[in-house]
Design a protein around this ligand. Structure first.
Ligand SMILES: Nc1nc2c(ncn2[C@@H]2O[C@H](COP(=O)(O)OP(=O)(O)O)[C@@H](O)[C@H]2O)c(=O)[nH]1
Ligand SMILES: [Mg+2]
Length: 194
């Protein structure tokens, strides 16, 4: 994929701020710190388009980035951050439910998990949640540079099994550090970008 344009657009808390141009959207979901923002930067060849290593703030938002004037990446605030109050967690849940239940331009979700570890309970819940709403899910196991090559297959199988993936469900191994899986990611996204 040749990237001719990539820009931050808006941080939305709800439908009033969602873009109205109807361009397709790809959402990024996953635990805080799993590497969602790094994934976006890496596949767009932009070092700092999306800020990484961010502590989840009080108001968590859906961050929209437009690519090639043709589609959006939507960086969804992550789950699993321990220091979030019950009230903020509830607000997060409502924001996600509004977005995932009724967002028509949303074409697919990239769910990131950590290749080093078996999926958490929350990873599994999120996977089921996305499937419940009928969204195509591309599972990306990232931070592969932190796992010895000889263990990739084993870790991959553990993740696929825990998430209940079928053999033909899109799954790929990724690294924002060395670019592993970049071409495969674009291949998996291609059907949803038009
Ligand atoms: N080694 C390695 N570190 C990564 C990778 N992806 C993200 N990180 C690091 O993990 C931390 C969290 O990444 P970030 O993209 O902010 O995660 P987010 O909270 O899901 O958006 C940062 O310190 C990144 O540099 C990766 O593929 N390999
Ligand atoms: Mg982030």
């Amino acid at each position: 994929m040749k990237i001719t344009q990539a820009e931050y657009v808006i941080s939305a808390v709800g439908p009033a701020q969602y873009p109205v141009d109807g361009l397709p959207e790809i959402a990024l979901a996953g635990r805080s710190n799993v590497g969602k923002s790094s994934f976006i930067n890496k596949i767009l060849n932009r070092r700092n388009l999306v800020r990484t290593s961010e502590k989840p703030g009080k108001t968590q938002k859906l961050n929209y980035f437009i690519v090639n004037h043709a589609f959006y990446f939507v960086d969804v605030p992550g789950y699993g951050y321990a220091k979030v109050s019950k009230k903020d967690k509830e607000a997060w849940g409502r924001m996600l439910e509004t977005y995932f239940s009724e967002r028509e331009p949303l074409k697919a979700v990239v769910q990131l998990v950590d290749l080093r570890h078996p999926p958490s309970k929350e990873d599994i819940q999120m996977h089921d949640y996305l499937a419940y709403f009928g969204h195509p899910v591309i599972t990306v196991a990232t931070k592969s540079d932190k796992v010895p090559r000889s263990k990739h297959q084993k870790h991959k199988q553990i993740i696929k099994k825990a998430l209940g993936l079928q053999a033909d469900d899109p799954f790929l191994i990724f690294s924002s550090l060395n670019g592993t899986g970049k071409d495969e990611a674009w291949q998996a996204l291609e059907p949803y970008l038009h």
